[in-house]
Design a protein around this ligand. Sequence first.
Ligand SMILES: *Cc1c(COP(=O)(O)O)cnc(C)c1O
Length: 632
Amino acid sequence: MSWSVEKSAELYGINSWGSGFFRINSSGNVEVTAFKDKPGLDLHRLVQDLVDRGVRPPILVRIPNIVQTRVALISQCFQNSIRENGFQGTYTGVYPIKVNQQRHLLEEIVDFGKENSLGLECGSKPELLIALAFMDTPHAHIICNGFKDVEYIETALLSQKLGRSTFIVVDRLAELSIIIASSKKLNIKPKIGFRAKLNTQGSGKWVESSGARSKFGLTPSEIVHAIDILKNENMLDCLELLHFHIGSQVPSIQAIKASIKEAARFFTELFTLGASPKYIDVGGGLGVDYDGTGKTDSSTNYSEQEYANDVVSILQAICDERNVPHPNIISESGRALVAHSSILIFDVLGMNEVQKHSLPFTIDKKDSLLVKDLLYIYENVNHKNINEFYNDLIEKKNDTLQLFSFGGLSLEQRAKAEDLYWAISTKMTKIAKDAGADAEDIYWNLQRELSDTYFCNFSVFQSLPDSWAVNQVFPVMPIHRLEERPDRRATIADLTCDSDGKLEHFIDTDAGSEQGYIEVHDLIPGQPYYLGAFLAGAYQEILGDLHNLFGDTDTVHITINENGTYTVDHVLYGDTVTEVLSYLDYGRSELVELVRKATEQSILSGSLSHTEARLLMKHYEEGLAGYTYLED
Ligand SMILES: *Cc1c(COP(=O)(O)O)cnc(C)c1O
């Protein structure tokens, strides 16, 4: 019956999804490290230190060292493949800015990427403006995707004069004539890419990015037409790159291989048509193993090295077959570079328990027949009659609600009936568990209904929007007390008033799939209990919204030193209430003034004393200056 940190590690699957960055230390706390086999940083101690410094939960912890390791890893995987296959082209990555645009993080990515000539991918004009200001890495590329107007295109062209290697990717045929016109006007030779609309679809949650009906890309007939246009303009040599992107988080290597095969054919066919592009850009899609199962859409069935091997070897085989020179490879992995680097840590505010291990009342003659029937089930349910009694229980539950609505049951009797319902359910789960396969459905139904609700200090909509929008699973677990057995099962509810503001998709390590609850520890009064949501570095921050006016959380950038010590590089305080309200055009002084006027009125009419007025204004102004989350 004894518990251990090893058992916790197994239960939460941390050694699978942790990718070597996260593990449990001997004190029972989650530990994070950016360098394999080096001492780690105790996350629980870090949170305590941060709280002492005045940083308030929920806290987003960013660890740029992890990005550094990921940038180096992916680059290394491609270098390995290129060397082992004798591939003639080079590899460089570009980081797609949209995955996480936060300034400090972007600066760090550009900085760490210098060694590997990491460039930037822009999907919009604002992103190009960031790229131009923040990146001047020699030999690194800027790839311009997305909808483009004249200003976007001319800025991209002019950036070549700053020494940047900027490709303009034709996502829609209409852009080609603007590129040609602008390049003539400015007298700058464009570096053009064509985005091919592949027939191969990705797989997983973002399949819509590819296939014949995808939003971007040129169809085969448009490509043939575009080549003619370039030929007529005597500009065919400007076509330097073929681009494709089959969608993010592709869980299956088969889908990736199929897309590379199709794209490689497009590439060699461009030579048949008289062009001679030197680059192929394989887009993003390299997945992150969010649940460690290798089986679900939130996972991957391949490693980074397998991904690189397949890209390189398929391109090589098809180019060799067609006698076409091997291209230089560019990839646009974003999620795979930054997902691991952010952790959201939040505290549990309280819980709601529905289980009842005994009856909190006695039954007497005056009780309703319904309550007496339920008591009969409670006292007599056993493994032989569980199926029959379970059906009776469901029926009695419906009867309770019906009777109450029609006025046939008092509130007091309804309360007794419901307490009995939970007590029976609690007892039945134990019986169903012992009954094994015979009562498995009953067991799982009750298990889900009986899990506790842990109310937590964060907003799903602000901090983990994809868990709401596309049911993405993020690894969530306690960051401390992992030497103790977690005896409770809970779903996580956030601070918003929205019933969708909850987490109820968790990793089921036993079955290699999902479950509706996580195992958690009992709350100890007076002791904060912290949970972490891991691998939250990609897409979540910018997709997050202000639902119920919960704003940005406090964020810290931590450098982990090789001996396990750390330094806090940046503390970015989250939005104040005033800031969030100002986005909606509520000015602080106006609000204060309006409430002050209302207090004057009430003082005049005698319903508010001067002391009460002062207290109200104090709370009002402090509320405006404060954090949007709960502070202790
Ligand atoms: C979003 C996007 C990416 C990034 O994809 P990841 O799966 O995060 O690597 C790359 N290229 C393009 C064109 C994109 O739109």
